[in-house]
Design a protein around this ligand. Structure first.
Ligand SMILES: Cc1cc2nc3c(=O)[nH]c(=O)nc-3n(C[C@H](O)[C@H](O)[C@H](O)COP(=O)(O)O)c2cc1C
Length: 229
């Protein structure tokens, strides 16, 4: 795993940083980066990546998002403890499965990354919560995912490491109260953001030729996703 050079935060020009990354190249290399340095991220840069989120599409252009960047170390430690406690039982079946012969190497890597993040989450300098609205009493995650993806791509462009998590939904009410969110502004995702310890790379994906059809679907019946995990 090659190391990533330290960035001199004092020398960053937020206005120009990331503006030169070609869009498709950025998309193809925006892998989940879960190994983050503890160095702080300037608030103006957090603002820049969140602003990219606000350019996303939303139903009726209602722009349901809001972003809460938790940077206070004590607050990050509180959340990281809760995340870890929720993550352990969630990931245990995958850890058990990974001990069986034939478990694919790429899955080992995802698993190791997820476990690493849960153990080091308090070190991530920004815990970015994305919250939205409710409709007939239910959260509307689909209204936020385009904005979340834009934030992830903007992080890629400016050289920040980031990933998408939603483990905290298992204790969302507690977290939302802690964030000061009203009941009708539920959080949907938390993005740990920081300077990457590892370089961006092309993520492992099946070929487009395995999932693109013209005019009619001619593939196999889909598996239930529980079988795929
Ligand atoms: C809806 C959603 C929820 C996710 N939740 C988590 C999570 O709670 N913890 C985590 O470490 N990664 C989480 N991920 C990240 C995925 O595990 C990651 O995108 C996947 O491993 C692919 O990584 P790659 O792009 O580096 O190949 C989530 C991704 C999505 C789309």
């Amino acid at each position: 795993m090659s190391a990533v050079a330290d960035i001199d935060v004092a020398c960053i020009d937020v206005a120009t940083l990331g503006e030169d990354v070609p869009l498709l190249e950025g998309i193809r290399t925006a892998c989940a980066i879960r190994r983050l340095k503890p160095d702080p991220v300037p608030p103006a840069l957090i603002r820049k990546v969140c602003e990219a989120g606000t350019f996303a599409a939303s139903g009726g252009n209602r722009q349901p998002w809001c972003f809460i960047a938790v940077t206070d170390p004590a607050r990050r430690a509180w959340f990281a403890d809760k995340y870890r406690a929720a993550f352990r039982p969630y990931i245990q079946p995958a850890i058990d499965a990974s001990k069986k012969p034939g478990y694919p190497e790429w899955r080992h890597k995802i698993l190791a990354g997820g476990v690493y993040l849960s153990e080091h989450l308090h070190e991530a300098p920004v815990h970015l919560f994305v919250a939205g609205w409710t409709r007939r009493g239910s959260a509307q995650p689909q209204g936020l995912y385009p904005a979340i993806q834009n934030v992830l791509l903007a992080c890629r462009a400016v050289g920040l490491g980031a990933s998408l998590t939603n483990i905290h939904l298992t204790f969302r009410d507690e977290v939302d109260r802690w964030l000061g969110l009203p009941e009708n502004r539920p959080s949907i995702a938390m993005l740990p953001i920081g300077w990457p310890k590892v370089p961006y790379r092309r993520p492992v994906r099946a070929s487009i030729d395995e999932c693109l059809y013209f005019d009619h679907y001619t593939g196999e019946e889909a598996r239930d996703s529980t079988e795929a995990s």
